[in-house]
Design a protein around this ligand. Structure first.
Ligand code: HEM
Length: 573
C-alpha cells in the first residue's frame, strides 16, 4: 500500500472529527486542531500522489506526514492520560501511533514501490483511458452529486463522449471500468462466471450480507436462485394474485379513500412493502411490520454511500439498522420452523418455502444466513423498485391525457367483465396489454435501477483494452435506452415501441438486467403494478400538485416532494 492511500482518509478523518467536536461541544480547539492537521495531511497525501504519478517519491510529504502523526500521538496521548477518555483522545492517539509507525516503515524501506518500466509493459498500457481520481473517493462524489441533481445520465454520457466505449474511473473505493452499448451489455450479462462475478459496492455487501444472491456465484448462485424462483415463477405467483389484490384494496381504503391530497411515492413504498411482508414473509400488519419498515428505510438510505463507518454517517446508521433487521428475521425464521414442525403448509410464504427445500441428506438446502441475507435483498430489490415504477406511471397519467384515456378504457373493460366483488384473475392480467406497454416505456425512460457492477476474476480483454483482475465493471441502463439508433426519438414517450417486442434488439432494453442474473422478480413486479394501476384509474381521478417533471436519484428516482397529488374518488363524482 502507498502512503497516500491511507493519508488522505486519515486527513479526512481528522477534519470530520474536528467538525463533529465543534458541532457537539462547541470546542474551537477541536475544530482548529482537526481542520489544521487534517488539511495538512490531505495536502501531504496529494503531493505524494502527484509525485507517484511522475514515478517519484515525495520525501517532503513523508516528513510532513510523519511529523503530524507523531505530534498527534504525543498531544492526544497526553490528553488521554489526563482524561482517560477513549473518544476522541484515545482513538486519535492510537490511529496516529499506527500511522507514524507506517510512515517510518515506508521511509526506512525506500518509500512507495515504483514499478520499473519493464514491469509496466504492454498489458498495463492497454488499461482503458480515463483517470482513477483521488484514492478511495475517486469519482464517487461526482456521480452521487449528479444523481441528486438529476444529471447522472448527462454525467455518464459526457464520459462516454469524452473517452469512447470504454473508460476507467474509481467508484466507491474500487478501480472501475465503465462500458456501454448493446455489445457491452451482452458481454456483461452473459460472461462466463469464471471470468466475471456479480459485484456490489462494499457498502451494499456490508449492509445486505455476503450470502445474498448478489454476492453468490457459480453453483451457490444457481442453488439459491432456483430456490427463490420456485416461489417467484408465474405458476406459483398465480395462486397469490388474490392476496396481492387484498393488500391493494386495504391500502386504498386506509390511505386514499376520503382523502383530497396524498403523496404517492411514500404511499407506494408502504404498499409494496406491505405486499412483500404479507406474501413473501407472512408478517401480518402490526408492531413487527412497523419495526421492519422503520429499520428498512434506514438501512436502504446508506446502501449507495462511501463505506466510511464513522459515527453520524448514513453508512453507519444503515449498518446499525441492518443488524436490527437481521435480529428480527432470525426470530421470524425460528417461529416458522416451529410452525412447519407443527404441520403448517410449506406454501404459506417464501420463508416456509425456503425452509422446506431439502437436499439429498434431508438437510435444509438453503442455510439460515442465506435465507436472512436473501430476504433482506428481496425486501430492498422488490419494494423500492416497483414503488418507483408505479409512482412514475401515476405522474405520467396525470401529464398525458391521451395515454390516461387509453389505460382507463382498457381497465374499465376488464372491470366490467369481472363480477362485482370478485378478484382479478391471471387471465384478466393477461388482457392488460396496453397498460403494461405504458409501464415498459416508463421503465425505459426512467429505469429505477441506474446500473450495476460486476468484478473481474482474471485480466479480461475487451475492445482491445485489458480490464485488470479485481476491477469493477460498471454498466448503465440508460445508455442503450436513450440511444436513438435503437429507440428513435428516445426522449418521446411512446408505448407503441413495445407492440412488437421482436423489433427491439437483444440486450438493449435492460431495466431488469439480463442473462442468468436477470431480475427474478419481473412477474411479481408486473402483477403488483398492473393490479395497483387497475384500482387507481378505475377508482380515482387525480391532478399533480407540483407541475415540474423533475426528479433526483437517491439512488432510486424520486419525483419532487415524493409526488403530491389532489385526488377525487370516482364514487363521489
Ligand atoms: C420494477 C421493478 C423491478 C426492477 C426495475 C428490477 C430491476 C432489477 C435489476 C436491474 C436487477 C439486476 C440484474 C443484473 O445484475 O443483471 C435485479 C436483480 C434482482 N431483483 Fe429485481 N427489479 C424489480 C423488481 C423486483 C422484485 C419485485 C423482486 C422480488 C420480489 C426483485 C428481486 C431481485 C433479485 C433477488 C435480484 C438479484 C438476482 C441475481 O443476482 O440473480 N426485483 N432487479
Amino acid at each position: 500500500m502507498h502512503d497516500f492511500c491511507f493519508t488522505i482518509p486519515y486527513g479526512l478523518l481528522m477534519v470530520c472529527g474536528g467538525v463533529i467536536g465543534y458541532a457537539k461541544k462547541g470546542s474551537t480547539a477541536s475544530l482548529g486542531g482537526g481542520l489544521g492537521t487534517g488539511l495538512l495531511l490531505i495536502l501531504a497525501g496529494y503531493f505524494s500522489l502527484q509525485a507517484f504519478h511522475k514515478r517519484k517519491n515525495s520525501y517532503f510529504a513523508f516528513i510532513l506526514e510523519t511529523a503530524i502523526a507523531a505530534m498527534l500521538t504525543w498531544i492526544m496521548g497526553q490528553r488521554y492520560m489526563q482524561t482517560g477518555k477513549i473518544m476522541p483522545a484515545g482513538i486519535v492517539a492510537g490511529i496516529s501511533f499506527v500511522m507514524a509507525g507506517f510512515y517510518l516503515y515506508k521511509v526506512a524501506t525506500g518509500g512507495n514501490h515504483i514499478p520499473p518500466k519493464a514491469e509496466r509493459g504492454k498489458p498495463l498500457e492497454r488499461v482503458p483511458p480515463g483517470s482513477l481520481g483521488t484514492p478511495i473517493i475517486g469519482q464517487s462524489l461526482g456521480l452521487l452529486w449528479a444523481m441528486r441533481a438529476n444529471t447522472a445520465e448527462k454525467w455518464i454520457s459526457d464520459r462516454a463522449k469524452r473517452y469512447g466505449p470504454i473508460s476507467k474511473m474509481s467508484l466507491f473505493g474500487k478501480p472501475t471500468v465503465f462500458i456501454h452499448g448493446q455489445a457491452a451489455n451482452k458481454f456483461v450479462f452473459t460472461s462466463d462466471g469464471s471470468k466475471m462475478s456479480n459485484h456490489q459496492t462494499e457498502s451494499v455487501k456490508m449492509i445486505l450480507g455476503d450470502r445474498c444472491l448478489l454476492e453468490l456465484s457459480g453453483e451457490d448462485h444457481k442453488r439459491v436462485r432456483q430456490a427463490l424462483a420456485s416461489f417467484l415463477k408465474p405458476d406459483s405467483l398465480k395462486n397469490y394474485i388474490g392476496k396481492i389484490e387484498e393488500e391493494i384494496r386495504m391500502h386504498l381504503e386506509m390511505h386514499w379513500q376520503g382523502k383530497q391530497k396524498v403523496t404517492v411515492l411514500p404511499l407506494m413504498k408502504t404498499l409494496t412493502f406491505n405486499i412483500i411482508c404479507s406474501l413473501l414473509f407472512g408478517v401480518e400488519r402490526g408492531a413487527r411490520r412497523d419495526a421492519l419498515v422503520l429499520y428498512f428505510q434506514q438501512m436502504i438510505e446508506g446502501m449507495w454511500s462511501i463505506p466510511f463507518n464513522m459515527p453520524f454517517t448514513r453508512f453507519n446508521r444503515s449498518l446499525k439498522a441492518s443488524a436490527k433487521v437481521q435480529t428480527l428475521l432470525k426470530d421470524l425464521i425460528s417461529e416458522k420452523r416451529i410452525q412447519l414442525k407443527n404441520g403448517a403448509s410449506s406454501h404459506q410464504d417464501l420463508i416456509t418455502c425456503l425452509l422446506s427445500i431439502r437436499g439429498e441428506d434431508n438437510r435444509e438446502l438453503v442455510s439460515e444466513d442465506e435465507i436472512i441475507h436473501n430476504i433482506m435483498l428481496i425486501m430492498v430489490a422488490g419494494h423500492d423498485t416497483s414503488s418507483v415504477l408505479i409512482t412514475f406511471i401515476v405522474r405520467l397519467l396525470a401529464n398525458d391525457l391521451n395515454i390516461h384515456a387509453a389505460v382507463l378504457k382498457e381497465q374499465e373493460g376488464i372491470k366490467n367483465s369481472v363480477a362485482s366483488g370478485d378478484l382479478l384473475t391471471w387471465d384478466d392480467l393477461a388482457k392488460m396489454k396496453y397498460t403494461w406497454r405504458v409501464a415498459m416505456e416508463t421503465l425505459r425512460t426512467i429505469p429505477p435501477v441506474f446500473g450495476g457492477f460486476r468484478k473481474t476474476l482474471e485480466d479480461i480483454e475487451y475492445e482491445g483494452y485489458i480490464i485488470p483482475k479485481g476491477w469493477q465493471i460498471f454498466w448503465v441502463t440508460t445508455m442503450t435506452h436513450m440511444d436513438d439508433s435503437i429507440f428513435p426519438e428516445p426522449s418521446k414517450f411512446d408505448p407503441a415501441r413495445f407492440e412488437n417486442p421482436a423489433t427491439i434488439p437483444p440486450y438493449s432494453y435492460i431495466p431488469f438486467g439480463g442473462g442468468p442474473r436477470i431480475c427474478p422478480g419481473y412477474e411479481f413486479a408486473k402483477i403488483e403494478t398492473l393490479v395497483t394501476i387497475h384500482y387507481l384509474v378505475t377508482q380515482f381521478t387525480w391532478k399533480l400538485c407540483c407541475k415540474d417533471n423533475y426528479f433526483i436519484r437517491d439512488p432510486m428516482p424520486q419525483p419532487t416532494q415524493g409526488l403530491p397529488i389532489q385526488i377525487v374518488s370516482k364514487k363521489q363524482l
